[in-house]
Design a binder for this molecule. Structure first.
Ligand SMILES: Cc1cc2nc3c(=O)[nH]c(=O)nc-3n(C[C@H](O)[C@H](O)[C@H](O)COP(=O)(O)O)c2cc1C
Length: 365
């Protein structure tokens, strides 16, 4: 469905970086979900990132609801909203119009949209388009929280720095991360990561890393095998985020080279609940949630636009040339992408819950 994702709860994304506005439409939401604007604002602020580590582009990100919200709650009709683009400096991009930034979407957009694309600021492929994902995801996330489902994302590794993983049983870790400007479990590692970002910035370069997301409180039995298995829909959604180059669940690729006896999750019960002692499966078996926390890691590549001179092409004159990033860019996007990944996960998990238990599962009523 191109710019729409989901089956029962659908989310449509639209806009360009330097166009009039960006926005989204959430359809299939149950009536009665509280639209907590303080929470939405807090999530949007996280996406903006910390000043010294992030793009100097400063947008207010003021959300204007067009439909679907009445007296602070969802009505159940399509919830449409826009965020106007205000801090645009399109002149920065004029002379680069036909020169493709290496590893950005300039050349591929030209191939698909045949020269009609709005190229300014990366157009439809700008990280700015992740703001509506955060608005939609934050609205859904507060509804999920009321059902005891928590979602959080931390930076597992950045450059050469790696921090510990989620404990796996501790939903408090999610709350702790949410209160931090830089989403890590270990403050010391967080400082080291920030130093790496600043070093990359000094070198007119960029750096990437891996995010780790945990979902707690999701009941067993959610997911629609084969083709809408929980892993399939989650990775589909996560790979849609610009800059994402890998998604793995639980023990991931590392586990795949081991023996079964080393990584099988032994099942246990206390007479009522079923749980496993380890969670190499990342909370999913057969594409269906097993009641353990969902663990998913998302690889975020280094920001493609950098201040160093790189080889590229002019795709109009078909000549080889060079490019040096102008415009306003992040030396790293990973700390900003963390909330985007959490919000995208919220949208997907809510859709899978709605398919399993019905759309009204998330109502406040
Ligand atoms: C929150 C966020 C901010 C981003 N900011 C930038 C940026 O400032 N400069 C840039 O070149 N890419 C940025 N990106 C990444 C590009 O949008 C992305 O690499 C590009 O669209 C190509 O897509 P791909 O990397 O998935 O192939 C950002 C991505 C996200 C998620």
């Amino acid at each position: 469905m191109k710019n729409t994702i989901g089956q029962s709860i659908t989310f449509t994304l639209f806009g360009e970086s330097h166009g009039e506005a960006i926005g989204g439409v959430l359809d299939g939401l149950t009536p009665g979900i509280e639209v907590d604007m303080d929470f939405v604002k807090k999530c949007l602020d996280k996406r903006k990132g910390i000043n010294a580590l992030s793009t100097p582009r400063r947008e207010e990100d003021e959300v204007e609801f067009l439909s679907g919200v009445f007296n602070g709650k969802t009505t159940g009709t399509p919830l449409a909203f826009i965020i106007r683009n205000k801090d645009t400096k399109s002149a920065d991009y004029g002379e680069m119009k036909n020169v493709a930034r290496p590893s950005h979407a300039d050349f591929t957009a030209e191939m698909k949209y045949m020269g009609f694309q709005d190229y300014r600021g990366g157009g439809h492929f700008s990280g700015r388009l992740t703001a509506p994902i955060v608005v939609a995801g934050a609205i859904i996330m507060s509804a999920l929280n009321k059902k005891g489902i928590e979602i959080g994302t931390h930076i597992k590794s950045l450059g050469t720095v790696t921090e510990k993983s989620f404990n796996g049983a501790n939903a408090d870790e999610i709350k702790t991360i949410f209160e931090k400007d830089f989403p890590v479990l270990d403050e010391d590692m967080g400082h080291k990561m920030q130093e790496e970002i600043l070093k990359a910035k000094e070198d007119a370069d960029s750096i990437g890393g891996v995010l780790e997301t945990m979902v707690t409180g999701l009941p067993a039995g959610v997911g629609e095998p084969w083709f809408d298995s929980l892993e399939s829909v989650m990775s589909h959604a996560l790979f849609s985020i610009p800059g994402v180059k890998g998604v793995e669940f639980g023990g991931g690729f590392e586990m795949c080279n081991k023996r079964g006896s080393e990584v099988n999750d032994s099942l246990r019960t206390d007479g009522e609940k079923v749980y496993s002692e380890t969670n190499y499966s990342g909370g999913i078996n057969g594409g269906i949630s097993n009641g353990m926390p969902i663990i998913v890691r998302t690889g975020i590549k280094p920001t493609p636009t950098i201040g160093k001179t790189q080889d590229t092409i002019n795709f109009k004159t078909m000549e080889n040339t060079e490019i040096k990033g102008k415009g306003r860019h992040d030396p790293a996007i990973i700390h900003r992408a963390a909330i985007v990944v959490s919000c995208m996960t919220a949208i997907t998990v809510a859709d899978s819950l709605a398919l399993r238990f019905g759309t009204n599962y998330l109502t406040d009523k």
